[in-house]
Unconditional design. Structure first.
Lengths: 325, 390, 584
């Protein structure tokens, strides 16, 4: 192996890694606030570029109707003034979609907001009613939603991939397109933004507090339901943006999200599902590991990536001294 | 409400419609093989329309019972058993090799003829006690690999790299392609795998490039076959790039765009039907199928996979007619199924969209290489006939 | 014998024989139900989850496929190898992961699942790769080939019925109770002698073995193996089945397996009629059905249908209790001693150099203001926490740093600040949990049902203990029906049933009404007279002062006074500590 190849592999690994990192951050955030392991994040991620492609072609994507249906359920679950948000959001979304047909800039925004709305509605309809349930039950719910959303993805968008045009054309250097630079920049930016949000802003701190202690959060004036919705909104936003930015590089299709989510998940576990920086580092590690194994032993790549968990879990298990209560 | 009445009506009708011939169909309309299975499923309404217009087969109505196996062996087997036990006279399907292999013990045990729509040579070779009941219409990987290697040899290629799906499709190609290369004295210098869901194949591409092959074959199907090709080009590979006939659908061209210009691939003649010389046997049949498919699903919508299903019917129909003269399915289903199998094996010179089928006791594929494979090049975003082997 | 009614499952093939396709479904049901049973052991009893059950199936399916199709050996050799390999795999994976808590275990099983799937697909020379292995021979029993769905169903259902019986035995045994307790609260289980890691590992092995059996059945039913039936998606499907039916009960997981096996084909017929031919709606319906069940029947469908009855036995025990273990030895002899105990959490020193001695037949009280380090001391004595310094002796034997499950069998029992009772079990079973360390039956004996005699004696012991505390009338009630006071008494009964003679009680009076407190005091005094030694932590000064022979007072992690209740009450340091607290 010469230096060029090493460089290209490193670059490839980092580029994949930051995407896993973004998803891992979203997963850690959602887990910390709601204890939900957000398996369907991959589907949310794919819904954004696919909806965008549909809008660009002048068609209304099926995801819109899904979002509106869930929004309607959300409104039914709320009482009084609480209904304003889902109803206004749904109406706005519909209007935006009607306007955005064939208009790329608006379509970009519409696809983004769709996924955010869908994320929040998903939380409100499926997860919030069972917020007292165990992590396991929530996990199974998440798996169920993944299965349903993936099936819907096939119905809405068909079995093949789509490739929206990149925002930026051309290569920055060998092995790195400008679009790739955009993804990297976005990843670092959003990691920094998350950091500032949680460390500097009052609301961010309150959200973290809600993750630590429900009662305490209530005393600080933040309702756990609200915290959950915000967490899902942030996760939806991150998933949608990374989906939209990535799609020109990886081609979007209904089945592409699950593996991305699963690997982000490996990264999140490397971070113990609690630490943001470690999760992000873990994600970059997963990306690099994947890049190198695909060079040396491509047939066994996936097996090796998942077995990366073993030492991490073993370490956790050694640390788990004493008897948990 | 209306639908429910329709359901009841259908149930009632099927109860006394004794004369109906039931053909069981298993397709992979969901899951990894969906891009193969969906055009297959879409073809059966066309067949149904045609049969209904012709007043059935020998005066009997034909009913196609279509079940989805989600690209999964267990479900394929379950569906097959169900179809067999619901009295299907024959089974058509399914798109993947492993699932088709799983169906073989079922049809052999129940003594029902089956026409597989999957590529694997293992499905019909060797014709043993179980495969006695099994035929298939798609070209084998072996046959298509022969076309590729013949083309490579003609272009003076000496060293070859391979990258394929990490599943049954990529594996089947790897096996037969390698054997064919060896037979023709070409050298395989790299053999890599990737997944349909991979977002990057940079590692594999670099690996292949370091070995400097004259040509690379990508053993993948549908749009996910674009990624390795694009990566190879982006990383500076300038040799020949071959794809398999698994990419022969319009979506591949749509997603691939400029990146797949110049791609060479073997294909059934139907892919470039209108460009075929008028002496090519399957030209007329292929054009007929394309016209019907596009009339129903839109211009440019057809793919070669649906044509395999069409071919299965072209073979099945005359065999049914002949078998009906020998046995009555309403009275003795087992005898009819056995007769149908014999008549399928007696198929001679049936011109179909992908070639001319002539089955024998030893050969349940029945396609001649020269009629069944052509080389195609992607030019200006269209399929262009490159080479025929006749 | 009601339990043998399960063998009536074997009548199903006859009933369904006019509907041939249902015979096929029946076979798939039996296979799925076995896998679901393995999840009952793991999740329902053990509180663990696995996303790798399909991989375990695959290990065994491939083992038998290789032996029979490649090496032409008997399928029964394949079964032996398959089960052996599955259990060996489960052992390796289990050793690595069963100590992990909560969500880490399911996550790590995803990794195994993916890795094994890829190995099966890529070790082409061995496994036939993604294409798979063909031409497996049919099974044959007593010379009769099981080559039709009708015949095969008998084998599948017979094994299923055996599995159900074995797991019913497990549920109604010391091991079943211990697993349920582990799921609810590992510390309580451990303080009655249950080794959490070892027991979880064994449950994991058992579940792996059952899944392996299902894999063997699968391989010889299809007579073809390839990787896809053993994928992550398949594992998820089995988990969905079990959870939807109700993973906490045996009928629940069977219901789930039956429902989903049937649902699949039913949806295939129904959905296209309702929604048109385009699109495939089964998976969507799957996901939504699961979501609906989780929202509206979180325990699964079966508990919803059957009501919330406890799943344990319905009759009072008739047998002889285990041999009684009255405390013996000289009164006044030191039974439990701590020397210079120290424990720090980060920078905070919770316990600093505390020494105390409990003598036989006395009631020693440990008191102090909130945050004085009483509970930490308690946890150091019982092994729930390892001390940073100092030593602990029980009956003169050093037990410093031993885990709770090794300390308990030496004769020490404890209760908890918040009563830890298990709502899935009856009051009687809750009490019988305590006999874990006094009984011996292992997994093999339990699964074969050879533990019944011992089980009867264990329950009789528990019943005796309940009678002693006055709860015998509620023995067959669900434990969560008890009032807070009754739960305290149940905890006490548990200690008595355990045969421990050194009893450590953490705030036994909390939440009791005045009358109940008097009753408690009477009971404790009686026990002390019999020679039990009691260490008690409580806030209720009236209770303590009327009860204790001696009192140890702690403040800020240190012992500040020791003596009779009267002496301590006069101690100025103690007064300052309590008054200071009250002033604040």
């Amino acid at each position: 192996m010469d230096a060029t190849i090493l460089g290209l592999l490193l670059l490839d690994g980092v580029q994949n890694g930051v995407v896993y990192g973004l998803l891992a951050l979203a997963m850690v955030l959602v887990f910390a606030v709601t204890r939900v392991i957000l398996v369907p994040i991959g589907e949310l991620m794919m819904f954004a570029p696919l909806s965008f492609v549909w809008l660009q072609g002048g068609k209304l994507p099926g995801t819109l109707w899904l979002a509106l249906a869930l929004g309607a359920l959300w409104a039914l679950l709320e009482r009084g003034r609480g209904r304003g948000l889902p109803l206004a959001g749904g109406a706005g979304l519909l209007l935006l979609f009607l306007l955005a047909r064939g208009n790329p800039a608006l379509a970009y925004l519409a696809a983004l907001l769709l996924v955010v709305y869908l994320g929040v509605a998903t939380y409100r309809v499926f997860f919030q009613p069972m917020r007292e349930a165990t992590v396991l039950a929530l996990l199974i719910m998440a798996v169920g939603l993944h299965v349903a959303y993936q099936g819907l993805g096939l119905v809405f968008f068909g079995p093949e991939q789509y490739r929206p045009d990149p925002l930026l054309q051309g290569e920055a250097t060998v092995g790195l397109t400008w679009q790739g630079v955009l993804v990297l920049a976005f990843a670092l930016l959003s990691a920094a933004a998350l950091y500032l949000f949680f460390r500097r802003s009052l609301f961010g701190k309150a959200l973290l507090a809600a993750a630590e202690n429900r009662l305490g959060a209530r005393l600080c004036g933040i309702r756990p339901e609200e915290a959950g919705m915000v967490a899902f909104a942030i996760a939806g936003l991150m998933a949608a943006l990374s989906g939209l930015l990535l799609a020109p590089l990886i081609n979007a299709a209904y089945f592409m999200g699950f593996m991305l989510g699963l690997k982000a998940f490996v990264a999140a576990i490397l971070g113990g599902l609690v630490s943001y920086p470690v999760a992000f580092l873990g994600a970059v590690l997963v990306g690099l590991f994947e890049s190198f194994t695909s060079f040396y032993a491509s047939a066994y790549k996936e097996a090796l990536v998942f077995l990366l968990l073993v030492p991490a879990l073993f370490y956790q298990s050694l640390r788990a001294k004493g008897v948990e209560e | 409400m209306k639908r429910w009445w329709a359901v009841l009506l259908v149930l009632a009708l099927s109860a006394w419609a004794q004369g109906t011939l039931k053909v069981g169909v298993v397709v992979s309309a969901t899951g990894p093989a969906a891009s193969l299975g969906i055009p297959e499923r879409n073809t059966f309404p066309l067949i149904q329309e045609m049969v209904d217009r012709q007043g059935g087969v020998a005066g009997r109505k034909v009913e196609f019972v279509i079940l989805d196996d989600a690209s999964d062996t267990t479900q394929a087997v379950r569906n097959t058993r169900r179809l067999v036990e619901e009295g299907a006279v024959a089974i058509v399907g399914t798109a993947t090799t492993p699932a088709s292999l799983g169906m073989i013990p079922v049809v052999a045990e129940a003594k029902v003829p089956m026409i597989s729509l999957a590529a694997g040579k293992e499905i019909i070779h060797p014709v043993d006690a179980q495969r006695f009941w099994v035929f298939k219409t798609p070209q084998t990987e072996e046959l298509m690999a022969r076309a590729i290697v013949a083309d490579m040899a003609a272009r003076g290629v000496k060293t070859v790299g391979y990258i394929g799906f990490n599943d049954a499709y990529g594996e089947g190609w790897a096996r037969f392609f390698e054997a064919e290369l060896k037979a023709k004295g070409l050298q395989l210098v790299a053999s890599e795998r990737y997944n349909r869901t991979d977002t990057s194949v940079t590692g594999q591409a670099l690996r292949i490039i370091t070995r400097r092959p004259d040509a690379v074959l990508i053993g993948a199907s549908g749009t996910p076959a674009v990624l390795p090709q694009r990566t190879l080009k982006e990383r500076g590979y300038r040799g020949l790039i071959y794809q398999t006939h698994g990419v022969a659908n319009p979506d591949f061209l749509r997603v691939g765009g400029r990146d797949v210009e110049g791609t060479l691939l073997p294909a059934g003649p139907i892919l470039v039907a209108e460009q075929l010389p008028s002496t090519f046997p399957s030209k007329r049949v292929a054009l007929d199928y394309i016209q019907r498919y596009e009339a129903k699903y839109g211009i440019g919508s057809y793919s070669t996979f649906g044509a395999h299903a069409w071919d299965a019917w072209l073979i099945l129909k005359p065999a049914l007619e002949r078998a009906l003269k020998r046995a009555d399915p309403a009275r003795d289903l087992a005898a009819f199924r056995a007769a149908l199998r014999d008549e399928l094996e007696a198929t001679r010179g049936v011109v179909a969209t992908q070639g001319v089928f002539t089955f024998t006791k030893e050969d349940h594929l029945g396609l001649r290489f020269e009629d069944a494979a052509v080389m195609v090049r992607v030019e200006n975003g269209r399929w262009k006939l490159e080479r025929v082997f006749r | 014998m009601r339990r043998y009614l399960w063998f009536s499952l074997l009548l199903l093939p006859f009933l369904l024989s006019p509907f041939p396709f249902y015979l096929t479904l029946l076979n798939f049901f039996a296979i799925a139900a076995l896998v679901a049973l393995s999840l009952y052991v793991l999740t329902g009893l053990g509180g663990m989850t696995s996303f790798a059950q399909a991989a375990f199936m695959g290990v065994s399916a491939y083992a038998t496929a290789l032996l029979t199709a490649r090496a032409s050996l008997s399928p029964w050799a394949g079964l032996a190898l398959g089960l052996g390999l599955t259990v060996a795999f489960a052992l390796v994976l289990g050793l690595l992961t069963v100590r992990l808590k909560g969500h880490f275990l399911p996550l790590s099983t995803i990794a195994w699942q993916v890795a094994l799937y890829i190995l099966a697909g890529n070790l082409v020379g061995l496994t036939g790769g993604h294409t798979g292995l063909t031409d497996l021979p049919p099974l044959s029993l007593f010379g009769l080939p099981l080559d039709t769905p009708f015949r095969y169903a008998f084998l599948g259902l017979f094994l299923l019925a055996l599995g159900v019986l074995a797991l019913k035995n497990l549920r109604e045994s010391r091991l079943g109770r211990a697993l349920l307790a582990l799921r609810g609260d590992a510390l309580t289980a451990a303080s009655f002698g249950v080794d959490p890691a070892a027991l979880r590992l064994k449950a994991f092995l058992l579940a792996g073995g059952i899944a392996g059996l299902a894999g063997f059945l699968y391989a010889h039913f299809l007579r073809f193996v390839n990787p896809t039936p053993f994928s992550l998606e398949a594992s998820i499907k089995y988990l969905v089945m079990a959870v939807a039916g109700g993973v906490g009960t045996i009928p629940g997981v069977l219901l789930g397996a039956a429902l989903f096996t049937g649902l699949e084909d039913w949806l295939k017929d129904l959905l296209p009629l309702l929604l048109g031919r385009q699109g495939n709606y089964e998976t969507i319906a799957y996901g939504l059905v699961l979501a609906g069940i989780l929202l509206f029947a979180p325990q699964g469908l079966w508990p919803l249908l059957a009501g919330r009855r406890p799943s344990g036995r319905k009759a009072l025990p008739q047998g002889e209790p285990l041999p009684p273990r009255p405390p013996s030895g000289r009164r006044g002899e030191v039974v439990l001693e701590a020397r210079g105990l120290r424990k720090a959490f980060g920078g905070l020193i919770a316990v600093n150099g505390v020494s105390l001695a409990l003598r036989r037949g006395e009631i020693l009280a440990l008191i102090g203001p909130n945050g004085a380090g009483k509970s930490t001391t308690f946890n150091l004595l019982t092994g729930a926490l390892p001390p940073d310094g100092g030593e602990v002796f029980l009956f003169g034997k050093e037990i410093t740093g031993l885990p709770p499950h090794r300390i308990h069998p030496l004769g020490l029992g404890r209760t908890f600040q918040h009563p830890h009772v298990f709502p899935e079990m009856t009051v009687l079973e809750n009490a019988a949990l305590a006999t874990y360390a006094r009984t011996r039956a292992g997994f093999v004996r339990v699964l074969l049902g050879l533990h019944r005699k011992e089980e009867e004696r264990a329950l009789a012991t528990a019943y005796e203990a309940l009678r002693r505390v006055g709860l015998e009338g509620l023995a067959l009630e669900r434990a969560d029906r008890l009032t807070a006071g009754q739960q305290r008494l149940l905890e006490l009964a548990r200690l008595l049933a355990s045969g421990a003679e050194v009893l450590l009680l953490d705030e036994p009076g909390a939440g009791l009404r005045a009358g109940e407190k008097r009753e408690l005091a009477r009971l404790l005094l009686g026990l002390a007279r019999e020679g039990y030694s009691v260490l008690i932590v409580d806030h209720d000064m009236d209770l303590i002062m009327g009860l204790a022979d001696r009192v140890v007072v702690m403040n800020y992690g240190e012992k500040i006074a020791e003596g009779t209740p009267e002496e301590v009450q006069k101690n100025p340091l103690v007064r300052a500590a309590y008054l200071g607290e009250e002033a604040a």
